[in-house]
Design a protein around this ligand. Structure first.
Ligand SMILES: [Zn+2]
Length: 182
């Protein structure tokens, strides 16, 4: 079966111990493993897929993706959009199609395109615009650092993070996952 290409948002996280960079789901606290397929973990979803029938229309499990980047951006929840990244995702397995997107059984990221400034919410093109990634370490619930993605203006005004090292960090992430910045 030909995989479907969709668009979705991720956060990025850094392991405090070895500084590896991870993609994380925005709403659920789920890390996407590099070079491995990401699987929908909802229990109802598992039961359904074991029965071999597609996910129920009213079930909330599965990996969500939008059909287009425009639709993904139009549906940004303004509360949790700060500091997240938009990219393409490959979907396969059992796929439920919706008017504006998909819910799939398996997925793997393909590319990162846009980042949203965590201060002013401006949308930054990762390939053509300068940006910075600041890190705050939280040891409360998990040993991961939380990233702050910044546009050039907010970085200059509030943080002065080195933009070249931020770009290198993002390259490190994309190489780890074998994905592209487009
Ligand atoms: Zn900004």
């Amino acid at each position: 079966m030909t995989p479907v290409i969709g668009w979705r948002f991720w956060k990025i996280r850094r392991t405090s111990r070895d500084c590896n960079l991870w993609l994380r789901s925005v709403i659920r606290n789920e890390l996407w493993p590099p070079m491995e397929r990401f699987e929908a973990h909802g229990s109802s979803y598992k039961e359904v897929s074991q029965r071999g029938s597609p996910p129920e229309a009213n079930s909330t499990s599965g990996i969500y993706a939008h059909k287009t980047s425009r639709h993904a951006l139009e549906n940004l929840d303004r509360c949790w959009c700060r500091g997240i990244f938009l990219g393409k995702v490959k979907l396969w397995g059992v796929i439920q199609k919706h008017q504006f997107g998909y819910r799939a059984q398996f997925a793997y990221p393909l590319s990162l395109h846009l980042g949203i400034c965590c201060v002013c919410k401006r949308i930054i093109n990762l390939k053509s615009e300068p940006f910075a990634i600041g890190w705050a370490t939280l040891y409360i619930t998990e040993s991961f650092s939380v990233s702050g993605f910044l546009c050039e203006r907010c970085n200059e005004r509030y943080y002065s993070v080195d933009t070249e090292s931020s770009y290198r960090e993002l390259i490190q992430l994309t190489e780890r996952y074998c994905i592209k910045i487009e």
